[in-house]
Design a binder for this molecule. Sequence first.
Ligand SMILES: [Zn+2]
Length: 355
Amino acid sequence: MKSRLFAAATSITALVVLLFLAPFTAQAQDTTIKTKQQAELLIPRPALQPVKSLDPNAAETLDTLDTANPHIKILLLSDYSWKYYKDADYGKDIAEFNEYWNNDQPDPYHVPLDALQDEIALWIVDSLCGYRCPHQGEVYSKFGYRHGRRHQGVDLPLKTGTPVYAAFDGKVRMAKYFRGYGNLVVIRHENGLETFYGHLSKILVEVGDWINAGTMIGLGGSTGRSTGPHLHFETRYKGYAFDPQWLIDFSSGTLRHRLFVLKKKHFNADSKYVPEDEQVEIDILEGDTRDREEAAAKAEAERKALAAAQYHTIRSGDTLGAIAIRYGTSVNKLCNLNGISSRTLLQIGRKLRVK
Ligand SMILES: [Zn+2]
């Protein structure tokens, strides 16, 4: 037994030696090992290791640092940069993820519009929240009225099976088939925004998942009320939809704002996105019109007041108090109308405006 083991070990050693020598003694040893496969049968090789990415931009984490928030760490990366890392419990106590939360209604809020502020400043991305365009392409059907129905988002045509990405970090609130939306994913974000991804052919996330911007949440398709494969994408705040193009330029895939001021008027169906400089011009024009109207109204009021003005010529013995009583006004009003004080000496013959 021992000798057989010894013999086997010897022959394996011999093979190893032969393998090394093979290139040099190929002809002489030709009959011993003919193929690589034969050699592999005799000399086990270590299991294949997964090939590491050769992406030169892919930095590895070298170290982690704590921050004041126990759920946020700072990762130090091998390319001398750093980034924040949020753990699984981050966001658990953030009110946005606990209020009005359900898994089967597109609008769980039912908040009256009056309850919202006229202008809501929203940080769209910051050092803790990233962005990725859900699907880059031309907007085929815009936000607003369409065939008499309100279209709550934008339609982006795509091929069935195209990956659809989460626009921002957040938590999955809905992931199911829902009426006209077909397969629908709704993600709520930290700033209170919600994004909707409709007509998916496949949903790849589950309710309650915490996801980062750029996570593939599903594949594009044509489920639900849809005439062809496209992504129906919505942005909502407290249940109210606004034109996603205010935030995202879908044709270039870029985000328009880091900080976005959402205005209540954006919730109107006719409040389609207008390019920034155009909007600035509209605002200026509207402002000008308003200023002109206000100035005209003010001038008209002054003209009317002047037309209705009454004067009193001061005579000997007149006092402001007596004049005020006579014309049914007050000393204060008389002073304001004439730019005088109650102690101003009243000169006889001077005209005093009383109304
Ligand atoms: Zn649509």
